[in-house]
Design a protein around this ligand. Structure first.
Ligand code: CA
Length: 230
């Protein structure tokens, strides 16, 4: 599953290698640039889902790149996580309010970096989707994102928050199979060590509410993998 394209702009090759290896292992598509000039070009040409941006870079530095991206109406929606060499630098860029989405100080653990990336990406996806949608439809169901309501022909279903989130994520990814562990992670969160069976139980409740009496099957089970909405 393509979970996002990340551009690394960093001049220390061993750090690039380390991050690239770990991100690819976690399902991300990765590209990289070793200097600021090339990095800027790649942001414009590739429009990645997120940029990991080193502060001290040859040619154009990280602060300059961040400023240019955040002041460009076509690029400003691309989230940026700054990589800094010492906490003093972090203080400085926070003070400058350059509009980066997060900061991480070297040396950092891979686990911490992955967690930050996930949080920033999710924040963006949530704002993007609620900006765009207002409401989503699945066949004759209407999913109202702002009101957190699901209805059919004007009749509103009583869904729990988790049931609503499951339906919303499946509807947003119409046609794609979402695995149980992906859903668990997205809805219950990074630190939730629950079983994937939790997802099955909630899907069952959700189905009984929205499918009962309609003769319809909105959510399809993909055996051994997960769920999807056609
Ligand atoms: Ca550097």
């Amino acid at each position: 599953m393509d979970i996002g394209h990340i551009l690394i702009i960093e001049d220390e090759e061993h750090i690039v290698e380390l991050i690239k290896f770990n991100l690819e292992n976690n399902g991300y598509k990765v590209s990289y640039a070793l200097d600021g000039q090339k990095g800027l070009e790649m942001i414009e040409n590739e429009q990645p889902d997120l940029v990991l941006l080193d502060l001290m870079l040859p040619k154009v530095d990280g602060i300059d790149i961040c400023n240019r991206v955040k002041n460009n109406k076509n690029l400003k929606e691309i989230p940026i996580i700054m990589l800094t060499a010492k906490s003093g630098e972090t203080d400085k860029i926070v003070g400058l309010e350059i509009g980066a989405d997060d900061y991480i100080t070297k040396p950092f653990s891979v686990r911490e970096l992955l967690a930050r990336i996930k949080v920033v990406l999710r924040r963006y996806q949530n704002t993007k989707s609620s900006d765009m949608e207002g409401s989503l439809t699945v066949d004759d169901l209407v999913i109202d994102i702002d009101k957190h309501e699901v209805s059919r022909e004007g009749i509103v279903f009583e869904l729990t928050l988790k049931e609503f989130e499951l339906l919303r994520i499946l509807a947003l990814n119409k046609g794609r199979v979402l695995s149980r562990s992906y859903l668990l992670d997205e809805i219950w969160g990074y630190d939730y060590f629950g079983e994937t069976r939790t997802v099955d139980v909630h899907i069952r409740h959700l189905r009984s509410k929205i499918e009962e009496g309609s003769g319809k099957k909105y959510i399809e089970t993909v055996r051994g993998v997960g769920y999807k909405i056609k």
